[in-house]
Design a protein around this ligand. Structure first.
Ligand code: GLN
Length: 452
C-alpha cells in the first residue's frame, strides 16, 4: 500500500542517507497523510517522488541549497510540475540537494551539505541535480525531478548510473522552478528505468499559461511502443564530442553501446557539429547573463535572509547579497553583469546570441540526415570531491557534451552504458547521451530502452 511505500522509504533514508546526504529535508508525516488518500487508479497513484530543492512545493521549505533562503523561505504555492504530479496521484516526498541555485556540476557548490555518490562515497554525484540522482541510485527514492540548464539532469544521471531526461524547451512548464537561466532551464525526470522516465514525463508535460514559453502541443503517451526498437534509425556520432579529455574507458563503453544499437538494426552515421568549439564559451556567457538578471530579485527584502544593521538601503542589498550568496553564484553574477554592461554587451552578449543561432543550426542540419545523435554524457566518470575546486574553468569544460542541447532547445537523455574502473578499483557508472530533434523525446526513450 502507499503507506508501506512511505514507511520503506523512511527506513531506507534513515539507513543510508546519513552517508550519502542526498536529501535536504523530508516530511514523512505529510506524505503519510497524502498516502492515506491516494487514488490508486491514477497513473502514479501513491508513488512518492523526490524533488530537487529549486522547485516550489506548497508548504515545504525551499532553499536552492543557498544560505540566502535556508531557514527563511516556505513555498506559498505548488510549481506547475508539482500540481501535475499530484493530479497523476504522486506524492512529493523529500527535497534533494543541488549546487547553489543549480550552478555547478558536483553538488559541492551546495552551501548546506555535501552529497556523496552512492557508488563511491569519495566521489561527487555530479550536479547540479546530484541529490536527485543520488537518492534514486541509492534506492532512497523511487524517482525524482531535476532541472537541467546545461546538463544538470543528464550528467548526474550518468555519474550515478540512472536515467535522466531533459525535455525539449517549452515541453514542461517552468512555473515554480527558481529561474537560473530562463532560456535554457527545463525540469525533467530522473529515474531507475527508461519506462519510469516515460511515465513521469507523461505526468509533467503539457501547456501552461503561467509559463510564457510553454508549448501548446498535442500530448503524447511516452510509454507507448517503448519496445519498438531502433531498426532503420539513423544515429549520428559527432566527431567534435570526443577529444583528449574523453577518458578511453568512457570511449570504449560508448563504442560498445553504439555497436549494440547497430546490431539492433540502427545505422551509425559519422556527423559534424562544427560550432561545438564555441559551445562552452557561448553557454558561459548566456547562462551567467540570465542568472545575473534573475538573481537580482534576491535583494534581502523580497525573499529570504536579510542582513542585520544596514546603514541604508544600498547597504542592505550589498550586505544581504554578500552574506547570502556563495562564491560560484557571485562569480556568475559578476560574469553576467560584465557581459551585459553597456561597453561589453555587443562584444560578448550579442555575439554569444549569434553563435547560439549557429549552434542550433548545426543540429537542424544534422537532423536532416539522422534521427538522433549519440555521444558520451560526460567525458569522464564522477570526479572526487574537490578535484576541480580551484579551477572552475576545468569544471566548465567538462560540460562539453551536454550544454549544446540547452542552447539549441532540443531534448536529451542519459542512459546507463556500463561502468569504468577507477584508480582505486571501484566501478563507476557512465552514461550514454542521446540527443533528438525538437519534441523527439519518444524516439530518445525508444533508443534508450533498446540499451537496457
Ligand atoms: N554545469 C552547468 C553549470 O554549472 C550546468 C548546470 C545546470 O544545468 N543547472 O551551469
Amino acid at each position: 500500500t502507499p503507506l508501506d511505500i512511505i514507511d520503506s522509504i523512511e527506513t531506507a533514508v534513515k539507513d543510508k542517507d546519513g552517508d550519502i546526504g542526498g536529501y535536504l529535508s523530508c516530511d514523512f508525516e505529510t506524505a503519510r497523510e497524502e498516502a492515506k488518500n491516494a487514488d490508486l487508479s491514477l497513473p502514479l497513484g501513491g508513488i512518492p517522488i523526490a524533488i530537487k530543492d529549486n522547485i516550489n512545493v506548497k508548504g515545504q521549505p525551499l532553499t536552492c541549497a543557498s544560505k540566502f533562503l535556508e531557514g527563511a523561505f516556505t513555498s506559498p504555492y505548488d510549481a506547475t510540475v508539482i500540481q501535475k504530479l499530484r493530479a497523476a496521484g504522486a506524492i512529493p516526498l523529500g527535497r534533494t540537494n543541488l549546487d547553489e541555485f543549480a550552478m555547478g556540476s558536483t553538488c559541492d557548490n551546495s552551501a548546506i551539505k555535501r552529497t556523496n555518490n552512492p557508488v563511491d562515497l569519495e566521489r561527487t554525484p555530479g550536479g547540479s541535480s546530484g541529490g536527485s540522482a543520488a537518492v534514486v541510485a541509492a534506492d532512497t527514492a523511487i524517482a525524482a525531478l531535476g532541472s537541467d540548464t546545461g546538463g544538470s539532469i543528464r550528467q548526474p544521471a550518468s555519474h550515478c548510473g540512472i536515467v535522466g531526461l531533459k525535455p525539449s524547451y517549452g515541453l514542461v512548464s517552468r512555473y515554480g522552478l527558481v529561474a537560473f537561466a530562463s532560456s535554457l532551464d527545463q525540469i525533467g525526470p530522473m529515474t531507475k528505468t527508461v519506462e519510469d522516465a516515460a511515465l513521469l514525463l507523461n505526468a509533467i508535460t503539457g501547456y501552461d499559461k503561467a509559463d510564457s514559453t510553454s508549448l501548446d502541443v498535442e500530448s503524447t503517451d511516452f510509454t507507448a511502443d517503448l519496445d519498438a526498437g531502433v531498426k532503420g534509425l539513423k544515429l549520428g556520432i559527432p566527431a567534435e564530442y570526443f577529444s583528449e579529455a574523453t577518458d578511453p574507458q568512457v570511449k570504449a563503453l560508448f563504442d560498445a553501446a553504439a555497436a549494440k544499437l547497430e546490431a539492433a538494426g540502427a545505422e551509425l552515421v559519422p556527423i559534424s557539429l562544427p560550432h561545438t568549439k564555441y559551445v562552452v564559451a557561448t553557454y558561459y556567457i548566456i547562462a551567467p547573463a540570465e542568472a545575473s538578471s534573475n538573481l537580482s530579485r534576491f535583494d534581502g527584502i523580497r525573499y529570504g535572509n536579510r542582513a542585520e544593521n544596514p546603514e541604508n538601503l544600498i547597504d542592505l542589498y550589498r550586505k544581504s547579497r554578500a552574506q547570502g550568496f556563495g562564491p560560484e553564484v557571485k562569480r556568475r553574477i559578476i560574469l553576467g553583469t560584465y557581459v551585459l554592461s553597456s561597453g561589453y554587451y555587443d562584444a560578448y552578449y550579442t555575439r554569444a546570441q549569434k553563435v547560439r543561432t549557429l549552434i542550433r543550426k548545426d543540429f537542424t542540419d544534422a537532423f536532416e540526415k539522422v534521427d538522433a545523435i549519440l555521444s558520451p554524457t560526460a567525458p569522464t566518470a564522477a570526479p572526487k570531491h574537490g578535484e576541480n575546486a580551484d579551477d572552475p574553468l576545468q569544471e566548465y569544460l567538462a560540460d562539453i557534451c551536454t550544454l549544446a542541447a540547452n542552447l539549441a532547445g532540443i531534448p536529451g537523455i542519459s542512459v546507463p552504458a556500463g561502468t569504468v574502473e577507477s584508480d582505486s578499483g571501484t566501478k563507476l557508472p557512465v552514461g550514454l547521451q542521446i540527443l533528438g530533434p525538437d519534441l523527439g523525446e519518444h524516439t530518445l526513450l525508444k533508443i534508450g530502452k533498446t540499451l537496457e
